[in-house]
Design a protein around this ligand. Structure first.
Ligand SMILES: [Zn+2]
Ligand SMILES: [Zn+2]
Length: 274
């Protein structure tokens, strides 16, 4: 059974990643529903808006992944990329750990960039405009941002030069980390203190979804929280004080309609309040 699964995973990486993603989101969604004791209609209404973003993201993601694979193959073949300057890179452990950290730092830089440039923020704010954060918020991404994110990934692959195996492993970690970061299940204060030393927890990512500055512009980390600690963007906020959304787009009706949300990047930008 395990051998068959392994064979399937390496033969059909894209399909396997999509299946893992779908399975994880569905099981956590059901767990959230069971433990929150709220009506199915209310939870489904929220999910049904977010789920529409999958249909625009998936074709873009799959199409552009072809280019990422091409760049990675080219970089490995030509010994191109920052990895070639790392001492002891021929040791498997060193190679995978350094590459993973390099790519995670790139994702941190990408996220900060999306917040700091107005044109990019207009696309990224769609993710932040969810007035409730649950596991379905993970897939709430404007198709324009899917395109921008994948192009940035091409750039990072070109700069760092990771092999396909690194990208696959990283994608797997990233999928788990991103889905878990958006669940309604928070860690206890004590566990969060320990896990949050290295990883982005739901507690930490919920702070990033708080509707007002300075919290919106903190905890940018993707899988690791070490970059936020290192660059001074780490912060904490209690659950009771956290309000999801973004202060410039707090209208519940507008945020619940896919066709309204999709137009946001093409409208005049309102400034986040300092
Ligand atoms: Zn953000
Ligand atoms: Zn998020």
């Amino acid at each position: 059974m395990i051998v068959a699964l392994k064979h399937f995973f390496f033969q059909h990486e894209d399909a396997a990643q999509v299946l893992i993603y779908a399975g994880l989101i569905t099981s956590l969604w059901l767990a959230e529903f069971i433990f929150s004791f709220e009506g199915l209609t209310k939870k489904w209404k929220h999910t049904s808006t977010n789920i529409l973003f999958i249909f625009s993201a998936l074709p873009i993601q799959l199409l552009l992944t072809v280019f990422i694979v091409m760049i990675s193959n080219w970089a490995v073949l030509h010994h191109w990329g920052l990895i070639n300057f790392v001492p002891f890179r021929h040791n498997r452990w060193v190679y995978y750990i350094v590459m993973f950290c390099m790519m995670d730092l790139c994702e941190y830089i990408y996220h900060v960039t999306m917040h700091k440039f107005d044109t990019l923020w207009k696309f990224h704010l769609v993710h932040h405009s969810d007035l409730r954060v649950d596991v379905s918020t993970t897939v709430r991404e404007h198709p324009g941002e899917t395109c921008i994110r994948t192009c940035f990934l091409m750039l990072w692959v070109f700069i760092c030069g990771p092999a396909i195996s690194v990208l696959l492993l990283r994608q797997l970690f990233q999928t788990f980390a991103n889905v878990i970061a958006h669940t309604e299940f928070r860690l206890s204060h004590r566990v969060n203190k320990v896990v949050g030393l290295i990883f982005i927890t739901p507690n930490l990512h919920h702070v990033h979804h708080h509707y007002q500055l300075p919290y919106t512009d903190c905890n940018y980390g993707d899988v690791l929280s070490i970059w936020d600690r290192l660059f001074g963007t780490y912060c904490e906020l209690d659950k009771e004080e956290t309000v999801f959304g973004i202060d410039t787009h707090m209208d519940e009706d507008t945020n619940a309609r896919y066709l309204n949300i999709i137009k946001v990047p093409f409208q005049k930008l309102e400034r986040k309040k300092e």
